[in-house]
Design a protein around this ligand. Structure first.
Ligand code: NAD
Length: 397
């Protein structure tokens, strides 16, 4: 037993602590949603790369609890210790494992660097031993760095514009002020490294290996996630270094799709998802301020969605068994259509020039942004008694 009372300690886009019970409550909420909205069976064996937080966690929970699939997840998290709770992703999975066991469902996690050859070998061995061929592979890794699996080189990703410097507004999460920022244009080397980290190379390596190991079932589907976003973030995001990586990911999907069609009559797609508060997105300047503006407008329009709502729509309407995904002219699945709706974006364009520190909480939903951010780490959740000591050491049973 290692119980303690845990207070939030948030610095900018980093939380120095997590609340295991709050994280568990978050997971229970998501599981209740998928049990209500997904068909309850039919997905077979599923591998989720990046399974502990954000879109990957929602995908894992949808697969396990919404479709009763046998699920293997891979993530990179820290378990709790006597004096320190685990990372949010670890706490999330501890609860997901507990619930899966309670329901007699199969969920297993490999907590290791998904970019390494060792982890790939571990996954292949687990699949051969306990699963057999995969019916779905979800690729949802988001990382600031990637170590080359075959050397000591470490590539880093940057969030920078390409071609010219970016001048724009952002919210400083440390002092909660709206500020003008200048972000220097990326060098060619920085763009190339960002593509290495967040582009499609690693997804391709995973799929090559799974094909080689003959671990993909007839009709296997693979999906990775991308983001396009609005006019106000385009110079920094979509046309910037990270956008270059996303375009590489989208091109890679076409290649993997061809391979899967030949190998197992399968398919690969990229799904473009909505901007949401996750550990990855909270680190992106400008996007954080845009999320505050967007949330207010979408909540007023009644079209706001969370991670799990997005993934339920993706699985139920596009990727689930028997469904044929609807794609746009570039072959992309679009669950970001409510965000990019013309009326919503016209409102964003109207609000954006007016936003400043004084009206951040009135014409934008900065409170909503902060609330979502705290929730990622288990804080501010209804029904959790934060004055009570909680167990910090939790196992993935
Ligand atoms: P996230 O930070 O919540 O999750 C990232 C996951 O990757 C975690 O499970 C983490 O443990 C895992 N991970 C990171 N490095 C790893 C490593 N070396 N080995 C194993 N696991 C590792 O991120 P997210 O926002 O859910 O992003 C997932 C995908 O969705 C990304 O491709 C992102 O671009 C895309 N996306 C995000 C948004 C958004 O607004 N958050 C919108 C559209 C698309």
């Amino acid at each position: 037993m290692a119980e303690q009372v845990i207070e939030p300690r948030i610095r900018g886009f980093i939380s120095l602590t997590t609340h295991p019970e709050g994280c568990a409550a978050n997971v229970r909420e998501q599981v209740a949603l998928v049990k209500e909205k997904c068909p309850g069976e039919g997905l077979g064996n599923v591998l989720v790369l990046g399974s502990s937080t954000g879109y990957g966690l929602s995908s894992l929970l949808a697969a396990v609890f919404g479709y009763k699939s046998n699920c293997l997840g891979v993530c990179f998290e820290k378990p709790g210790e006597e004096k320190r709770p685990g990372t949010a992703g670890w706490n999330n999975l501890a609860e997901a494992h507990r619930l899966a066991k309670e329901d007699g469902l199969h969920l297993e996690t490999i907590n290791a660097d998904a970019f390494s050859n060792e982890t790939r070998a571990q996954v292949i061995a687990a699949l051969k031993e306990r699963y057999g061929k995969l019916d779905m592979v979800v690729y949802s890794l988001a990382s600031p760095k990637r170590k080359d699996p075959n050397s000591d080189t470490i590539w880093s990703s940057v969030l920078k514009p390409i071609g010219e410097d970016f001048f724009g507004k952002t919210v400083n999460l440390r002092n909660e002020e709206v500020e003008e920022v200048v972000i220097e244009k990326a060098t060619d080397q920085e763009v190339a490294e960002t593509v290495r980290v967040m582009g499609g190379e690693d997804w391709q390596l995973w799929m090559d290996l799974l094909i080689e190991a003959d671990l993909l079932a007839e009709g296997c589907r693979s999906v990775a996630y991308s983001y396009i976003g609005p006019a106000v973030t385009k110079p920094l995001y979509r046309f910037g270094s990270i956008g270059a990586a996303k375009k590489h990911l989208e091109e890679t999907a076409k290649n993997i799709n061809g391979q899967l069609q030949t190998h197992c009559a399968g398919n690969a797609w990229v799904s473009v998802n909505k901007a949401l508060v996750t550990q990855a997105s909270a680190a992106i300047p400008v996007v954080t301020l845009y999320i505050g503006v967007l949330f207010k407008i979408m909540k007023e329009a009644g079209t706001h969605e969370g991670c799990m709502d997005q993934i339920i729509r993706l699985f139920v309407d596009h990727l689930g068994p028997g469904k044929t995904p609807v794609v746009d002219e570039d072959g992309l699945i679009r669950v970001d259509e409510l965000e990019l709706d013309d009326a919503i974006q016209a409102k964003v364009d109207e609000v954006w020039p007016q936003i400043n520190t004084a009206n951040l909480r009135t014409i934008a939903d900065f409170d909503g942004f902060q609330e979502e951010f705290r929730r990622l780490f288990g804080f501010g959740i209804d029904g959790v008694d934060y004055s009570k000591p909680v167990e910090t050491v939790r196992d993935l049973i």
